[in-house]
Design a protein around this ligand. Structure first.
Ligand SMILES: [Zn+2]
Length: 159
């Protein structure tokens, strides 16, 4: 069991670092494209290297894996193996996330975070609802938005 868990974590980690073209992100991208939104990907010159950038709407979107970014939801559990390593990694990621949002907003970008649990798993939102919320935010002037799966709360306590 521990091995399975570790392997899953490892591959998730690799997908975050390497390709970034993860399934949830691709799903979000194609949905936005279908609605007529046009974007750029992974602007490395922007803080936190946002997954999707919509210059016309002065907006960036992060699609965050719940494990990797420490989201308090049913998809997240503190890993039991190599726990010290993961604790440091995940806490570090969360620090980077907070900082990136601050820096982006200072630079005049609007920032949306879409959590993995809004896209997959038992708490996911129905796609029409998810994309409606995204579209409404993109066309609004609201600065910050977060979309998570149903009945999840914000962030896990640091341990
Ligand atoms: Zn989540």
């Amino acid at each position: 069991m521990a091995d399975v868990l570790t392997a899953r974590q490892r591959s998730f980690c690799m997908s975050q670092i390497r390709g970034k073209d993860t399934k949830p992100e691709y799903f979000i991208r194609s949905g936005l494209f279908a609605l007529g939104f046009r974007y750029r990907l992974h602007r490395r010159d922007l803080p936190g290297c946002p997954d999707i950038v919509l210059p016309k709407h002065r907006a960036v979107i992060f699609v965050h894996g719940c494990l990797w970014h420490g989201h308090k939801c049913h998809l997240f559990k503190w890993p039991k193996t190599n726990s010290e390593f993961w604790r440091r990694k995940i806490n570090r990621n969360r620090e980077i996330d907070v900082l990136a949002v601050e820096q982006l907003r200072t630079a005049g970008w609007r920032v949306m975070t879409v959590w993995e649990c809004a896209i997959k798993g038992r708490a996911r939102l129905k796609p029409p609802k998810l994309f409606e919320r995204m579209a409404r935010w993109l066309l609004s002037e609201r600065q910050r938005s977060e979309i998570a799966g149903r009945s999840t709360t914000k962030l896990v306590e640091r341990c």
